[in-house]
Ligand binder design. Structure first.
Ligand code: ATP
Ligand code: MG
Length: 281
């Protein structure tokens, strides 16, 4: 690890245990259930735990949160570049707020420093009004995903029991730990046959991470494979709303309960950090 990484490692260590309200949802492999988790977790935090929630679609490659929420993809963050206020591009859906369009973040390059600072200021201001800001990302170890993870102090890593998904989850953890000393990982094992498969899968990952990186990761919960989720996706409905008694919905509520037991700390510098990590300010 180089000197810069060691310094960052110290900084991250200080932030460990900090219950950040910014949560980045990531995975190594694609299609493991991040977006479904993100929209349903947002729904549960907002409606069962009375939290003010902002869900951000930061999937650069294939943004699709709007499809799950019947939101208008034309109302998105790019409009901020043309002087619109962030309040005017945030949409309401099922009791929480949604901000789309981070796939356009590269267009920021064309903006001057004053405009970028004003966007950052606007995003910091609006974020202070939420208890949680959830960030759904695309698959893989993309530079922008890494920036969101680093900025948020808390990563939820989604995997499935499939060996390839597990290997990719490990690769993501390894790369961000090795580069930046980041070690605040919480894991959700999705599409499990049963609880046992969930815990076997998590333990494999935990042991590999401990053996090769020397750090501990936490299990957030496991989610069963369920046909009700496929039906909900097809009908553009949320499983937690339509099938609240399904094991998937129940376990998302358990995760919500665990998360909300510690009160999330305010964090006024998230967007500053993010734009800096992305090399935009
Ligand atoms: N627990 C589950 N049971 C059954 N099907 C599931 C479950 N979780 C996700 N799926 C299905 O897996 C597919 C991918 O889900 P989703 O879009 O949430 O994954 P993703 O990780 O966001 O994908 P991407 O990497 O492309 O963003 C969807 O068709 C969804 O219906
Ligand atoms: Mg997705």
């Amino acid at each position: 690890m180089n000197e810069q990484a060691t310094g960052l490692k110290k900084l991250m260590a200080q932030n460990r245990g900090q219950n950040s309200k910014f949560i980045t949802i990531a995975s190594g492999k694609g299609g493991v259930g991040k977006t479904n988790f993100a929209v349903n977790f947002a729904y549960v935090l907002a409606n069962q735990f009375d939290k003010r929630v902002l869900l951000i679609d930061a999937d650069i490659g294939m943004a699709n949160v709007h499809l799950f929420l019947n939101a208008d993809p034309k109302k998105n963050i790019k409009n901020l570049f043309f002087g619109e206020r962030v309040e005017d591009v945030i949409q309401k859906s099922y009791g929480f707020d949604v901000l789309l369009g981070f796939s356009g973040i590269d267009e920021l390059e064309e903006l001057d420093e004053v405009s970028i600072q004003s966007i950052i200021f606007d995003l910091e201001r609006i974020s202070s009004g939420y208890d949680y800001v959830l960030i759904d990302t695309g698959a893989g170890v993309d530079e922008k995903v890494i920036s969101f993870l680093r900025a948020s102090h808390k990563a939820y890593i989604i995997t499935t029991p499939e060996p390839t998904a597990l290997m990719d989850a490990y690769a993501l953890i390894r790369s961000i730990y090795n580069l930046y000393g980041y070690e605040s990982f919480k894991v959700v094992v999705n599409m499990c046959k049963n609880k046992e498969e969930g815990s076997v899968t998590f333990n494999k990952l935990k042991m590999t991470v401990k053996k090769f990186l020397g750090i501990d990761i936490e299990l957030l919960g496991y989610l069963p494979y369920t046909n009700n989720l496929r039906v909900s996706v097809k009908n553009k409905e949320l499983i937690t709303m339509k099938y609240p008694r399904d094991g998937y919905s129940q376990n998302i509520r358990k995760i919500g309960r665990a998360e909300t037991q510690q009160s999330a700390k305010r964090d006024d510098k998230f967007w500053h950090r993010l734009f800096e990590f992305m090399g935009k300010s």
